[in-house]
Design a protein around this ligand. Structure first.
Ligand code: EPZ
Length: 418
């Protein structure tokens, strides 16, 4: 087991290279199962969610090799339709594989991906959508078992714009007979990236980002070399951390066009932000003003994956803020840890009520999930005194070289064995 030791109070200065988007790479890895052609994903992020997805692919019989900054996948010898339960529990987003595994094998079996630290995480929309394409689904002793004679295009109406359900149905529809339309589809940039990747393989997908996605089934797919979009959540995490600590940072490969809702709020906080092409520069005096209210929404609204980090920022802004989490039921598990650092934040239902304090103070805190863990690191870096952050495995799921990047900016953070 490992922990971070952080001595807070340093301002941050320097450059950060943003990694490729975890939430783009994961569905693209699942999509690689659809084709016998060779797929190369460039600038692959070295994070445990990606490594676990690669492990699952190899259990399906796909060959993969890291090559320079990329990953090459060859699914031509894939021969297994069962997603191993121990890995499916480790990586909830393995449920995305259902669509591509069914498309390839006409069968798929996956352990029921349970809830996790941020909510129930049901998969009903995934399964309803797959049934619309002709998939027969049964639940057998904790497993979801899918079978279908032939996947047929159809219209699918999502009750809510689920990212994973949209992606799963896209993957199942790519080689189905006929056309599929997904209504009330998620609009996240990662959906558009998946569309771009699939079309490079030879698929016929359009409309991603618009709320309606159209997929015209094709018979064959080839290979491609693909560079995913930047990780807007990693980028946002660094911007928020610099806002809290004070200083001036420049993000390279930042993808500002996908961060409008956050940039708008950070300007309201009093940060000076400039965008030059794919770079974002943020300057913060550390004396920031609170924003009265933030509500997480599906894209292009404020992202739920930045809710924890932004709440930590509100804790050191002058004034009061209310943060409302509209997507997940229990995404405030980091709040008791922030309170150990002197934060004045109270959670009632889906709302966190924050009264800003001048500064937080170092404390020993525990990460309970990926983004909540990142928020604790940001808080510790801005606090006065020493903190220790435990359960780093949550953070390692989505942030590659996190402490290295923060140290390069002047953050006093080291990872040590417990
Ligand atoms: C994706 O999760 C992301 N993960 C999450 O990022 C992100 O928080 C989420 O989208 C929302 O943007 C990946 O892309 C790998 P959803 P996903 O289906 O697909 C409900 C991170 O930190 N729902 O859009 O699981 C669900 O309960 C992770 O990087 C159903 O009711 O999210 C939630 O309330 C965390 N039934 C809402 O939809 C379903 O079948 C949004 O969930 C599916 C979802």
């Amino acid at each position: 087991m490992e922990k971070y030791i952080i001595n807070g109070g340093n301002s941050l200065f320097g450059n950060v290279d943003v990694q490729s988007a975890k939430n783009s790479v994961l569905p693209i890895l699942a999509a690689a199962v659809l084709t016998d052609g060779e797929v190369k994903i460039n600038k692959i992020p070295h994070i445990t969610d990606v490594h676990n997805m690669v492990k699952i692919l190899s259990r399906l019989g796909c060959k993969s090799v890291f090559d320079g900054d990329g990953l090459i996948i060859d699914s031509s010898k894939a021969d297994c339709h069962e997603i191993p339960s121990e890995l499916a529990h480790e990586l909830r987003s393995s449920v995305f594989l259902l669509g591509s595994v069914i498309s390839r094998f006409r069968m798929a079996k996956i352990a029921y991906p349970g809830g996790c630290d941020i909510g129930l995480r049901p998969v009903d929309l995934h399964l309803t959508g797959l049934k619309r394409l002709g998939v027969k689904i049964s639940e057998e002793s904790g497993y979801i078992v899918c079978r279908c004679e032939k996947l047929k295009g159809n219209e699918v109406m999502l009750d809510c714009p689920s990212v994973g359900a949209t992606e799963n149905i896209m993957l199942a529809a790519v080689k189905a007979e006929g056309t599929t339309v997904i209504r009330n589809a998620a609009r996240e940039p990662e959906i558009e990236d998946l569309q771009k990747f699939l079309n490079m393989l030879g698929a016929k997908v359009r409309g991603a980002g618009s709320g309606s996605v159209y997929i015209e089934g094709v018979k064959n797919l080839g290979g491609c070399s693909f560079t995913p979009i930047p990780d807007r959540i990693e980028a946002g995490t660094f911007l928020i951390t610099a806002a809290m600590c004070g200083g001036k940072i420049l993000l390279n490969n930042a993808g500002a066009e996908n961060l409008s809702s956050l940039l708008h709020k950070l300007r309201e906080n009093g940060c000076k932000i400039q965008v030059f092409g794919d770079k974002i520069e943020l300057e913060s005096s550390k004396k920031l003003y609170s924003v009265k209210s933030v509500e997480t929404q599906p894209y292009p609204g404020f992202p739920t994956d930045l809710q924890a980090q932004f709440t930590a920022l509100c804790c050191v802004c002058r004034g009061h803020s209310i943060i409302t989490e509209n997507l997940f039921e229990t995404r405030f598990k980091y709040v008791p840890e922030l309170r150990k650092m002197g934060a004045d934040v109270t959670v009632v239902g889906r709302c966190a009520f924050v009264r800003g304090v001048d500064t937080l103070r170092g404390a020993n805190v525990v990460a309970h999930d990926l983004r909540g863990g990142a928020a604790l690191v940001s808080a510790a870096l801005s606090a006065e005194g020493r903190s220790e952050v435990f359960e780093l495995s949550h953070i390692d799921r989505g942030y590659g070289s996190f402490e290295y990047k923060l140290r390069a900016l002047g953050g006093d953070i080291v990872r040590v064995r417990v």
